[in-house]
Design a protein around this ligand. Sequence first.
Ligand SMILES: Cc1cc2nc3c(=O)[nH]c(=O)nc-3n(C[C@H](O)[C@H](O)[C@H](O)COP(=O)(O)OP(=O)(O)OC[C@H]3O[C@@H](n4cnc5c(N)ncnc54)[C@H](O)[C@@H]3O)c2cc1C
Length: 419
Amino acid sequence: MKILVLGGGVIGVTSAFYLNRAGHDVILLERRQELARETSFANGGQISWGSGHPWAAPGVPAQALRWMFKSHSPLVLRPRLDKAMWRWLAQSYRQCKPEHFRENKERQLRLARYSHNCLVQLRDELDLDYAAATRGALVLHRDPQAFQMSEQQLPMLESLGIPVHRLDRDGCIEHEPALERVADRVAGGLLFPEDESGDCQLFTEQLARHAEAAGVEIRTGTTALAVVPGEDRIEQVLTDRGSLRADAYVLACGSYSPLFLRPIGIELPIYPVKGYSITMTLRRKTAAPRGTITDEQYKTVITRLGNRLRAAGTAELAGYDHHVSSKRIETLMHVVGDLFPEAGDLTRVETWTGLRPMTPDNTPVLGSTPYRNLFLNTGHGTLGWTMACGSGRALADVISERTPEIDLGGLTLERFSKR
Ligand SMILES: Cc1cc2nc3c(=O)[nH]c(=O)nc-3n(C[C@H](O)[C@H](O)[C@H](O)COP(=O)(O)OP(=O)(O)OC[C@H]3O[C@@H](n4cnc5c(N)ncnc54)[C@H](O)[C@@H]3O)c2cc1C
């Protein structure tokens, strides 16, 4: 089959790679001049299949209200006349019930665990070099009470088969010796030993080169304008460089995916949740973490990427706005300066912002649509890098009419039409 993949982030590229492997003729379309220049560019770098969880969780609505009035808050809501935002917030609120959280966590985990296996296979087979660290992820607590409360998660994590170790202060320092300088900030943490980290953009670029060498045609600098439907199929895609026809189409445009679907009668509840990162070159490697840490108090991820250190976080609801707010950057600088003060020069950081394509239940949308030849791979929210390889492979199986290696129940568009 001839297949057109729209979107050249980590999700579009993994889709194109696996579709090519399944024997299809693939064209990948990307509006930027280079791949992975939007949300896949400078994210937190975590492959957090064990430690990741849906943000819509019990207790979050009350916590969110408290955050509104705090400086260095991980959540920022800019009240605006945006129907899509308020509808998405209401839907997310409903997903915070314990029964939904548990269901969404199971779905996320099913895909994320599979995706981790796919990533390890690809890395070994293709010898990919993307500043990977396989040292687990440490979820760090500064507050002793919050650390104690975190233990309540252990039975649930164990019942889901997620390896996790509880570390006291000394344990955290043994795992990340750079924390010794700030031992008084550390109450303890949960170590997810099988989580990993690495540079999503480097990975995407390298995988794209392999895909290209295997026959995928990559067209950058080309913007898709609309998908044109027939009765029950997509007939063509209009672009700023003419129209393109294929046997099947994959929509992997991240936060922009719903904008293609609305005109053809499909309502996809994805909202852009803005995040920020800073990246700096290390001055003293021993003063920086060796792997990846999540600072639970500030909901900030700090990840070592070779000789660089990246901090990422913040959830800002502000529509499709790419403005870099200096206040949000200050928060990230504060967290890094507080935990790893000697790691690098905080006056010389690269700043970045990206839009997480978030569904209200924080799990992606994979597979078929009411149009027989239109498929979705989008809505990966906070965990797109973690879930990319598995999503690409499962989608290639669906399009090739093979049974995916994981059950896609609850991960398709169907769940929204039911609700
Ligand atoms: C601050 C932050 C930290 C994060 N940390 C992590 C983390 O630690 N671990 C993790 O797993 N995930 C993390 N994420 C989430 C992850 O980055 C995203 O889920 C993932 O990058 C989404 O990939 P994507 O390919 O769907 O979207 P994108 O990377 O945005 O790709 C979509 C592509 O479609 C293209 N496109 C859009 N419209 C058009 C059009 N009309 N025509 C042609 N092309 C078009 C865009 O240019 C873009 O390249 C983080 C996100 C943020 C913002």
